[in-house]
Design a protein around this ligand. Sequence first.
Ligand code: ZN
Length: 58
Amino acid sequence: MNDGHQHDDEHVQCKVCLKEIPLSEAKSAEATEYVAHYCGLDCYEKWMEKAAEDQESK
Ligand SMILES: [Zn+2]
């Protein structure tokens, strides 16, 4: 029976600094075909800036 507790040993890798972080603490952003995870807003913003640059240079 599911009492609402989640596994907290699940980890994901930060898309920017590649640090392993618990899924429950990860920030995530839905990209076009996948979900990217970040250890915090700093990395999230870094990635967003880079993504914006990539799009502009196209
Ligand atoms: Zn990070």
